[in-house]
Ligand binder design. Sequence first.
Ligand code: TPP
Length: 328
Amino acid sequence: MATTTRADIATREEYLQLHRWMCMAKALDDRMHILVKQGRAPFVGSSRGHEGIQVASTAAIGNDDWLVPHYRGLANAIVRGLTMKEWMLAVFAKAGDPLSAGRNIPGGCYSYHRLKIAPVSQVVASWIPKAAGIAYAAKLRGEDTVALCTFGDGATSQGEFHEGVNFAAVHRLAVVFVCENNGYAISVPMRLQTANPNIADRAAGYGIVGVTVDGADVPACYHACREAVARARRGEGPTLIDAKIWRINSHTSEDNQAKYRTKEEMEEAARHDPIAHFVAMLVERRWITSEAAAEVQAECDREASEAADWAEQQPDPLPEDALKNLFG
Ligand SMILES: Cc1ncc(C[n+]2csc(CCOP(=O)(O)OP(=O)(O)O)c2C)c(N)n1
């Protein structure tokens, strides 16, 4: 098992872009929580705490590569080019929603072909063999594309995790598997999922490289993901990255984490906010001031609020279109 260290691998402009994407995700997340409380939106599956590894992993792939994300991948989608207005169209289930034309819970099930975001599913781990399949198809066609596949720690307890990773390993496929390990599958902690908390250790069983990384350390995440993408492009097969993060909010707005997490643990989780850590690093390097970083967040917050107000006014899907674009 390899362990990455923080590495100076990006320019100031690249890091400031990563920071802005994280702020965009936080702004949408915070706005959705407000909308749910106001009874204007139905649901939020929060990405708070996941933003660092999500922007780092997605920035490490190219426009021609595929993103095969889990349902908590808001920041992944933003890096691919999803706009705040598009996201809010999905939140309000409007006709113009490019993610599912208003058919699905926001972020839960969708696809975006233009941005090469493969279908997102609620069936935990079901997309892992699909990522292997996408990479296998690319190999058969002689294409140089990589599939970035993200999932939570709970997904690694599913049979489809084994099937997907093993198939990709046997065929040396260009897949980067990223476990966004927030320590919980809803209310079930890691210690009840596995006796070995290091997911990356499993890579040895598949004959692939496993990497453990601190998910609040954006440069280390970016470094690990770029190395994994380069390895995949060289034909050296998949990498399994275990990004250890802290889930800051409840599993979703339907869940109350105070029922199974102590106050101390939730406070500890908040201290591992990847945005705060990244800003501290950028300030230390004098690449941004704290005031300028706060202004980026404020701009994103305003944009998210405006996107919500705009989206709410857009047309609803027509009843006669209810069965359009559905199989059956
Ligand atoms: C096959 C399957 N089993 C159970 C569920 C119910 N479920 C939805 S999310 C979830 C937790 C998954 O946890 P994890 O993979 O760690 O991802 P996280 O939500 O923490 O990001 C569960 C058990 C499901 N959707 N699909």
